[in-house]
Design a protein around this ligand. Structure first.
Ligand SMILES: [Zn+2]
Length: 68
């Protein structure tokens, strides 16, 4: 499908994404605390967010030249 977006995640990033979505869901549902990510988790999630943004056609910064 031409409008689909495919991202390939390494296991660590997939685990970070799962944990983050789970914690956000618990926070919304029951007010549970969202734990701050460790530095390496924040870096992996930042890279994922950048790549997903590019997949959606969004620039990652005012100087982004990643989109063809
Ligand atoms: Zn970019």
């Amino acid at each position: 499908m031409p409008d689909d977006i495919t991202l390939q995640l390494d296991r660590a990033t997939a685990e970070d994404l799962y944990a983050t979505l789970y914690e956000v869901g618990e926070h919304i549902a029951a007010g549970a605390t969202i734990s701050p990510p460790r530095v390496e988790e924040a870096e992996r999630l930042g890279n994922l967010l950048r790549d997903l943004g590019h997949g959606l056609g969004r620039t990652c910064s005012p100087y982004c030249d990643h989109l063809a």
